[in-house]
Design a protein around this ligand. Structure first.
Ligand code: ATP
Length: 284
């Protein structure tokens, strides 16, 4: 039997760092939602006890460093599964981009293997397993839109924001999430985005307020390290995006656009700046 799971990318509509905890993690507040740009996982059972990962993307690890591999190993160990699995990752989400591609693959592997091996694990338990793999994995298990707190694993579901176009542009630079968090000084952040106001904007289905409340305190760090991310933000605004923000620790910048008639112009304009540009819809 072969099964398929879609692993969509996430964007952060707001991201705030409250303080650094004694366990080394940062206490965060994030509102996340998913966009219709997704990897696809194909999973089939292997008679022997092994986990094999393949992908058409040459630039991701295929061994135990791959998050889908770690998800399969975790679920096999925890539920005493004796057979193996072959997972093919059709990668479409840019890697190390701030779009949680690896986390979403891990979540899709947990969901898919739960079905493939007929384990009947409830969603809440899948989210707990996911938290062992990474802070963004629990959100990727259920998707939708949510307020994430703690280190990102405590979730409060929210309604989806009003539908719009999302233009994603990833400049050709590598940003390490660990380095960005390592450089954040929570006590020196002067302007904090507001989870409460973003939540209100979403509940009111006000596109203008959602754009107004966009904010990510990690921009200060990444933009200093990579000024080209600021240039990309400026270009997106100049080209007519209604709201612009860096996602996660970057370097991907996204623009929210309500009018379809503007999308081609912004997309084509950005293609002059970088190769990886996508025009997608929110996954609502
Ligand atoms: P986040 O937004 O959660 O910080 P990201 O989008 O910045 O994630 P990923 O695309 O998840 O970053 O990749 C981060 C690192 O994880 C890469 O260096 C990559 O080598 C590794 N990795 C492990 N498994 C995967 C996977 N299935 N897909 C992509 N990258 C993976």
């Amino acid at each position: 039997m072969k099964i398929y799971e879609k692993a969509p990318a996430k964007i952060n509509l707001m991201l705030d760092v409250l303080h650094k905890r004694s366990d080394g993690y940062h206490e965060v507040e994030m509102i996340m939602t998913m966009v219709d740009l997704a990897d696809r996982l194909e999973m089939s059972e292997l008679p022997r006890d092994s986990i094999i990962i393949s992908s058409q993307a040459g630039y991701i690890p295929l061994d135990e460093k791959n998050l889908a591999f770690q998800a399969a190993r975790l679920i096999k160990e925890r539920y005493n599964v004796r057979t193996g699995v072959y997972i093919h990752l059709d990668k479409k989400i840019p890697v190390a981009a701030g779009l949680a591609g690896g986390s979403s693959d891990a979540a899709a592997a947990l969901r898919g293997l739960n079905r493939l091996w007929r384990l009947g694990i409830p969603d809440a338990e899948l989210r707990e397993l996911g938290a062992e793999l990474g802070s963004d994995v629990p959100f990727c298990i259920t998707g939708g839109t949510a307020l994430a707190s703690g280190r990102g694993e405590m979730l409060t579901p929210l309604p989806n924001p009003p539908q719009c176009w999302v233009i994603l542009a990833k400049p050709p630079i590598n940003v390490s999430t660990a380095e960005v968090y390592g450089r954040v000084r929570a006590d020196q952040i002067t302007v904090h985005p507001s989870a409460r106001r973003m939540e209100e904007a979403i509940r009111n289905q006000s596109f203008a307020s959602v754009c107004h409340e966009l904010g990510n305190v990690l921009e200060d760090v990444t933009l200093k390290l990579h000024p080209e991310v600021q240039q990309l933000k400026d270009a997106m605004l100049r080209l007519g995006a209604d709201g612009v923000l860096m996602s996660g620790s970057g370097p991907t910048v996204f623009g929210l656009v309500s009018k379809e008639s503007k999308v081609a112009r912004i997309y084509n304009g950005l293609r002059g700046f970088c190769k990886e540009v996508y025009a997608v819809r929110l996954l609502t």
